[in-house]
Design a protein around this ligand. Structure first.
Ligand code: ZN
Length: 154
């Protein structure tokens, strides 16, 4: 699928597909009030999509934005590309993102939703969890910096 599909439900806009040259985020600018985005089904992000996303954020200036269920592609974007959370002093708020765990014994990989409790400051400490298959304590595959560098820039 090219571009994104937007499905609204209960005040949340669920995005699916890819952030690319075909995406159209204009429908999200209709109306007023907070814009709540769920990125769980965004598969890939390319550089033109990032540029269009930043344009969207500038058009949405003054609206409160929330990012929910950010997958790896979106986590990479917000941590490596300046401006993808909007501009201070009113950046978008990341409410939750997916953390990858891989078991050191059986290699089972899991994407686990992590609720972000703060906006800025020190990096959160990511919890270890028991592998669902063999119960070994498993740490996140990447360091907290890889998920939360954006907090340090705020
Ligand atoms: Zn295991």
């Amino acid at each position: 699928m090219l571009g994104i599909k937007i499905t609204a439900s209960d005040g949340v806009s669920h995005l699916s597909g890819q952030l690319d040259e075909h995406m159209d985020m204009k429908p999200l600018l209709a109306g007023a009030g907070p814009i709540v985005l769920n990125f769980a089904k965004i598969m890939t992000v390319n550089s033109i999509g990032i540029r269009k996303f930043i344009e969207f954020l500038s058009k949405a200036k003054g609206r409160q934005l929330e990012f929910h269920e950010c997958p790896a592609a979106v986590v990479d974007m917000i941590n490596s590309i300046p401006g993808t959370l909007g501009d201070p002093p009113d950046p978008s708020i990341v409410k939750s993102l997916y953390i990858t765990y891989r078991c050191s014994r059986c290699d089972k990989e899991e994407e686990v939703l992590y609720a972000v409790k703060k906006v800025t400051g020190d990096l959160p400490v990511l919890p270890a969890r028991a592998c669902p298959r063999c119960k070994v304590q498993t740490a996140p595959l990447l360091a907290a910096e890889d998920y939360f560098t954006y907090m340090l820039d705020c």
